[in-house]
Ligand binder design. Sequence first.
Ligand code: ADE
Length: 226
Amino acid sequence: MQDPVRFDIVTIFPGMLSGFLGESMLKRAAQSGRAMFNTVNLRDFTSDTHRTTDDRPYGGGPGMVMKPEPVFKAVESVRMPDARVILMTPQGRCFDQGLAKELAGERHLIFICGHYEGVDERIRSGLATDEISIGDYVLTNGVLAAAVVIDAVVRLIPGVLGDETSADQESFSEGLLEYPHYTRPPEFRGMKVPDILLSGNHEEIARWRREQAQQRTREKRPDLLE
Ligand code: ADE
């Protein structure tokens, strides 16, 4: 088996991740040696007694800016030669399934989680290899955004999902939303499972699912078909 994909998360809120990383699929990915998670506490890389990680902006204005020195030192303490150094920011490239697949093929991902007011521009220009946004809204801190990206990436690492095929069939993997799913009972509060799914005709079922996926995508996300 390959070495685990390594995830380092640089943050002043390591506690926000401990529950998330210790549960469910992420826990199993770590236990099976397919992924390795490490939180890097930014405050451990400060040099003043107050362990300051941010400061007032040059030129004035509201808010605080993340200082470059602790972030550079924190990243340099873990960085391997081919690491992707990802700055989480609403100004970044919008995260999607294609980018998740790309990142799942890397060996080392480092996430820099800043606060929304901003990070010193030299972190962006002199340290980060990538900038990623999880959507057009502003979170108070990038750590939740990093958690979203990590979750989507880890499940695409080969061997992490129990059923190897399940990631190929889901929404977005072929540019379409997923077809509707049903399980027992065949009728629930007057709502019936479509007859075709009970027919046992696998060819017809596959065709029905393809049509449903296309119809759903047309109705809910026409932008995906463009
Ligand atoms: N930090 C704050 N808001 C964010 C967003 N939408 N995506 C990534 N990082 C963020």
